[in-house]
Design a protein around this ligand. Structure first.
Ligand code: PGA
Length: 255
């Protein structure tokens, strides 16, 4: 049975004290989660040790990073390695967010190396994919996203794939308030699962969690998470407010 996951992506928001306050608010009210229902809080790098300390011993709420280096170690000024993340108590790392691809020119070859680094250092990789508006308007989103997945993770073994979560995030829905409809999400999530099945077989496809991201909020989360191939969400803006994030966690738990 694949996991359902809600992951907060704080992006470049919150000071240390604001982050600590938000995590405490979440911890004070978070509903009980089970092994098959997980919560991840992906913070900026400087928050990680603080957040890991706050979440220590809390069963299924995990700390995540939003990026890692494609390199193992060495003279890469400003970079943070996956080994450092693991050592800091991090369990998940987001790879290939559209903001990393777009603003920081991260291409598939680099993302494949980042995925390797994450997995070799014991992290669960949340691999992001998703099309820009012009691709959606042209109706070629399936090919576009399928290609991102092939280039980013198809070099992995089936064993490694067990530690990968896919996050489908249409770029036109990120931070825009324009969410994909549940029908649009279900259609492309099912397609992504078929892409995985064709490469790794039906069991691997049935086991991989595929999250939806892009203006997911307390109002639309339940409907999105009710789709058979939507296994939770990657949440940006709504993860910065405890009440909204908690409502989305509840929607995931009840889905
Ligand atoms: P959003 O961001 O929820 O603010 O649209 C989602 C994401 O980029 O992960």
């Amino acid at each position: 049975m694949r996991k359902k996951i809600v992951a907060a992506n704080w992006k470049m928001n919150l000071t240390l004290s604001e982050g600590s306050f938000l995590v405490n608010e979440i911890l004070a009210a978070a509903p009980a989660v089970t092994a098959s229902r997980q919560v991840v809080i992906a913070t900026p790098f400087v928050h990680l040790t603080q957040t890991a300390a706050q979440l220590e011993g809390i069963g299924h709420i995990h700390v995540g990073a939003q990026n890692c280096s494609s390199e193992k170690a060495g003279a890469y000024t400003g970079e943070v390695s996956a080994a450092m993340l693991n050592d800091a108590g991090v369990q998940y790392v987001i790879i290939g967010h559209s903001e990393r691809r777009g603003y920081f020119n991260e291409d598939s070859a680099m993302l494949a190396k980042k995925a390797n680094q994450g997995l070799e250092n014991g992290l669960q990789v949340i691999f992001c994919c998703g099309e820009p508006l012009e691709i959606r308007d042209a109706g070629t989103q399936n090919d576009y996203v399928g290609q991102q997945i092939k280039e980013g993770i198809f070099h992995l073994t089936a064993e490694q794939l067990k530690n990968v979560v896919i996050a489908y995030e249409p770029i036109w829905a990120i931070g825009t308030g324009r969410t994909a409809t549940s029908a649009q999400a279900q259609e492309i999530h099912a397609y992504i699962r078929n892409v995985i099945a064709a490469q790794y077989g039906n069991d691997a496809a049935a086991g991989i969690s595929i999250l939806y991201g892009g203006s997911c909020n307390p109002t639309n989360a339940a409907e999105l998470f009710a789709c058979p191939d939507v296994d939770g969400g990657l949440i940006g803006g709504a993860s910065l407010k405890a009440d909204q994030f908690l409502a989305i966690i509840s929607a995931m738990i009840n889905s």
